[in-house]
Design a binder for this molecule. Sequence first.
Ligand SMILES: C[S@@+](CC[C@H](N)C(=O)[O-])C[C@H]1O[C@@H](n2cnc3c(N)ncnc32)[C@H](O)[C@@H]1O
Length: 233
Amino acid sequence: MQHFNLDRKIARLILLQRTEITSPFLKRLRKFFGRYIFTSFLSRFLFFNTSISRRYYDLMFKEYNLLNLHLDLSNKKILSIGSGMCGLELLINSNSKNNFFTIIEKNYVSKKVKYGWDPMNNEAYNNNDLLKSFLIDNHMKEKNFEIFDFDKDKLPVKNYDYIISLYSLDYHYDFSIYMEYFKSIFTDKTKMVFDTIRPEYFKKIFEEVKIIQSEQKSIHSSKRIICNKLILD
Ligand SMILES: C[S@@+](CC[C@H](N)C(=O)[O-])C[C@H]1O[C@@H](n2cnc3c(N)ncnc32)[C@H](O)[C@@H]1O
C-alpha cells in the first residue's frame, strides 16, 4: 500500500489537519479568498484525492519511521489524542503487530480554521464517522480500535503503553486540559509523544523528557518530545 483509500470528504479533512499537504495552487486560493470561504466552501470541491492520499501517506510514513526509531511499536495499547484521520495509526497497524488504538478526537469542523494557539480549544477539524470508515477502508479491524468524542463522551480510564498526540495537544491547545485525565491513566511505564514549543516546561511535569525532533516553521518552532513518569502532585 503506497497510498490510502479515501474520498473527497476525507481528503478535505486531511487538508485542514495537515496544511503542508496543500499544493501551492490551493495555498494561493486560500490566501485570496480567506480562511473562512476556503474552509467552508472551496475546500469541499477542489480536491485531487489521489495526490492528497499519496502526500498524506508519505508524510505519515515519515512520522511512523521517526517514532519507530524511538519506540517499540508492537503489542502496544496506544492512546491517540487529536489523531486527525489516523494515517499514522494505520501505518503502525500495518507495519507493527498486535496493537489496540484508543482515539480521542473532536467531532466537528470549525467555521474558520486559524491554526494558531487556541486558548478555548474550540478549533476542530474532524468527523468521527468518516474517521471510522477511513480506518476500516484502510484495513484496520473494528476490534482493534475505539473512538471517543472529546466533547461528549466519558473518556476511558485504562492504562496505555503510549500516548501519541502529533501537532495537537500543547501545539494548538493547552496540555492542562488533559492533566486530570492523565493523572488517572498514567503508569510508570506510559510514554507520551507530542509537539510543543516549550519543552523545558515539561521537565516540571515529567521526570524524563527527551527531544526527538526540532521543527523550524514560519509561525513557530516546535520540538517533538517523548516524556515519561508523570509527576503526580
Ligand atoms: C493539526 S491536527 C493534527 C492531526 C494529526 N495528529 C496529524 O498529525 O495529522 C489537530 C487535531 O486535533 C484535534 N483536536 C482539537 N482539540 C482536541 C481535543 N481537545 N482532543 C482531541 N483532539 C482535539 C482536531 O480536531 C485535529 O484533528
